[in-house]
Structures are given as structure tokens and as C-alpha cells.
Design a protein around this ligand. Structure first.
Ligand code: FAQ
Length: 331
């Protein structure tokens, strides 16, 4: 999408980070100008973006798996059609994001190789199992809800291609969030068994959803610099708090209880105050030892292998047509 525009030696080819250039760059960021692929940028800014955008792209692709697992078991044709569309959207988000990363001089193939080799991170949330249909509702409501909270500010990210990709992604995520909430509402207004299923899904997805926002600000290694560069606009804790404030009343509306006995409304701060988060759980998942880490990577590796013949056929077809074009040129 963008890479063909990058092969001319632009100012971006330079890697010297002399102080005046850095100052001019920071001044552009401070003026809220967008940084575009061919603009000069500090190498550390480029690497920070590759890291975040790649992790984000991988999350979308791995994120297709927990829900994809329920397509064949959706309770009606309508639910099945909606779920297929949603999972397809996640795949599309991954593709826009890999394209945005490619503008920074890394190829999609390299990034996918890192994921398959187990050397790349993706969101912790996708290492949990989807045990019941209510989990599909909880993913839409909580996981897409958390994703939107985190991603709306990314529409104003300083890097143009990432910011623009996020505009469309956020529109689709907001539809996803509503379909999830609607599943939860249907279950919450259904039979005792359906309500119990919805409650159990909230019990299992609540804390992992809070962990999606990353470690606490005190332990976040990248936030300060990413905020100076306006890659991130808000800290992990700020966004987590917003999510809690928006979501707790939604749980009340559903008649479900949030699995946090310490959670309470704090009149002084005018926020819901949660109990302590068990950060050791996030660390375990990040180390690759969460409930489904192994299964998710195996599924991606198998899908990559199964798609090999398609990639080879597409490459052979393109090669043949290049040959035909050259033949036509020569005649
Ligand atoms: N999971 O210093 P920080 C979605 C890592 S998309 C895994 O705070 P930063 C759509 C972090 O990468 C969900 N790793 O880092 C969907 C860093 O590792 P590194 C994904 C995590 O970057 C819905 C280290 O810990 N969204 O859900 C996590 O400033 C439904 C230190 O952390 C995005 O990627 C975690 N939860 O803040 C799809 C949004 N938290 O690189 C299907 C863009 C932290 O040093 C179904 N990303 N880490 O090895 C971001 O906003 C940021 O990267 C954060 C982390 C907020 C995730």
C-alpha cells in the first residue's frame, strides 16, 4: 500500500539524530503535525511505532481465534452471520495495521515470521479460552469496549498512517462492542441458565480486560516517551479508569455483578475505585504461560502452513503475468 513510495532516498534514510533535528522533530509533534512515512524521524520513534503497531496487528490476527471457535456453534443464523463478519473485520484490521507498519520499513513477512517464531507480543487477552456462547458477548462488550477506549486516542496519534488506520478500525470496533452488549442483554433477560452463563463470562473476562490496558503507570516502561511523542495520548491507568467508569454502570444495567468485592464509587474522585489487580497473572500470560498461549501460536502456525499453497500459487500467477507483460513489451 505505501512501501512503493519509500524506495527513493528521502531525508528519512538518514539515521543521524543530531540535536537540532530532534528539536525540530519534537516541535512538529508539539504543534500536532502528523509525521508521514518519508519525513525524517528519530530511529527510536520509528522503532517504538514498529513495536506498538506490530503488536497491535498481531493482536487482531490472533484475536480472530477465540471468537472463530464459536462460528460453527452460534445459536442462530443471524448470530452466525454477524460473528463471521466481526471475525473478518478483525482480519482486516490486522491487514491495515501491517500496512501501516510497512511504511516504517519493515515487511509484513518479517513481522509474521516473528509472531510465528514466538518472538512477538500480542494482547494478553487472547490467551484466554471461550468456554460458552456468553463469552462471545463478553468479548464484544468488554474486550472490544477496552479496545475502543484505548484506540480512540490513537486516531490522534502523531504518525499519520497509524492514526488514519485507527479511524476506520474504531468505527468497526464500536459496532463490535454493541453486538457484544446486545448478546449480553439477551442472555441477561433470558432464562436463569442464560443469566448464569452471562454472569460466569463476566466473572472470567473482567480482570483480563482490565489487564489489556497494560501494566500500571508505575511499571509501564514506554508510556512516558510514547506520550512525549504523542503516540499515546493517555497513560495505561487513565484509560483503564475510564473503561471501569463506563463499564460498571453497564454491568448494573445488565443486572450482573462485577467480580471485585472492593469495587466502589468514590465520591471524592468521582470514579469507581477497583480493588487491586493481580499483576502476576499478566506477567504469567506475557511469559507465554497463560491458559491458551501455546494453543494460539500453534493455530497460527498451522494456518500459515495451510495457506502456503495459496501464497505460492499467487506468486506463480504474478510471475507469469510479469512474464507476459515483458513479452508484450518486447513485441
Ligand atoms: N498484552 O510500557 P508498556 C483488540 C507489553 S486489539 C501483551 O505499558 P506500551 C481488537 C508491552 O507491549 C488489542 N503485552 O507498553 C480485538 C511492552 O512490551 P515490550 C491490542 C502487553 O506499549 C478485539 C511491555 O508490556 N491493542 O483487542 C500488554 O506503552 C476483539 C511494557 O508495557 C493494542 O495493541 C498486554 N495487555 O503500552 C480483536 C493497542 N500490556 O514491547 C479481536 C495499541 C503491555 O516492551 C477481538 N497498543 N504489554 O516487549 C497500545 O496502546 C500499547 O502498546 C499498550 C501497552 C497499552 C498495549
Amino acid at each position: 500500500m505505501y512501501t512503493q513510495a519509500l524506495d527513493s532516498p528521502a531525508e528519512s534514510a538518514g539515521t543521524s539524530d543530531e540535536p537540532e533535528r530532534l528539536e525540530r522533530f519534537q516541535a512538529r509533534i508539539d504543534r500536532d503535525e502528523k509525521i508521514e512515512p518519508k519525513d525524517w524521524m528519530p530511529e527510536a520513534y520509528r522503532q517504538a511505532l514498529i513495536r506498538q503497531i506490530a503488536q497491535h496487528a498481531h493482536s487482531e490476527i490472533v484475536g480472530m481465534l477465540p471468537e472463530g471457535n464459536w462460528i460453527t456453534r452460534a445459536p442462530s443464523l443471524r448470530r452466525k452471520a454477524v460473528l463471521i463478519a466481526k471475525v473478518q473485520d478483525e482480519g482486516g484490521h490486522g491487514m491495515y495495521l501491517y500496512s501501516a507498519a510497512e511504511t516504517l520499513g519493515v515487511s509484513r513477512g518479517q513481522l509474521i515470521a516473528q509472531l510465528l517464531a514466538g518472538r512477538a507480543k500480542y494482547s494478553s487477552i487472547f490467551n484466554y479460552p471461550t468456554l460458552s456462547w456468553a463469552d462471545i458477548g463478553a468479548i464484544g462488550w468488554l474486550v472490544d469496549g477496552a479496545a475502543i477506549m484505548n484506540q480512540i486516542p490513537l486516531c490522534r496519534c502523531s504518525y499519520g498512517p497509524y492514526a488514519r488506520a485507527m479511524v476506520r478500525i474504531c468505527k468497526e470496533e464500536s459496532f463490535h462492542q454493541r453486538q457484544g452488549f446486545e448478546i449480553m442483554l439477551t442472555l441477561a433477560r433470558g432464562s436463569d441458565a442464560q443469566r448464569a452463563m452471562a454472569q460466569d463470562a463476566l466473572r472470567r473476562w473482567w480482570w483480563p480486560s482490565l489487564m489489556m490496558f497494560g501494566p500500571s503507570d508505575a511499571h509501564s516502561v514506554h508510556t512516558a516517551q510514547s506520550m512525549r511523542w504523542k503516540i499515546k495520548r493517555f497513560s495505561n491507568d487513565e484509560l483503564r479508569q475510564r473503561f471501569i467508569d463506563v463499564t460498571v454502570p453497564q454491568a448494573e444495567f445488565l443486572g450482573l455483578s462485577v467480580p471485585d468485592p472492593a469495587l466502589h464509587w468514590d465520591e471524592a474522585t468521582r470514579h469507581y475505585q477497583p480493588g487491586p489487580i493481580d499483576w502476576s497473572e499478566l506477567q504469567t500470560v506475557l511469559k507465554g504461560e497463560g491458559p491458551c498461549n501455546h494453543e494460539r501460536l500453534e493455530a497460527r502456525r498451522a494456518a500459515h502452513e495451510a495457506g502456503r499453497w495459496v501464497r505460492e500459487a499467487a506468486a506463480a500467477y504474478a510471475q507469469k503475468h510479469r512474464g507476459l507483460e515483458h513479452g508484450a513489451d518486447a513485441s
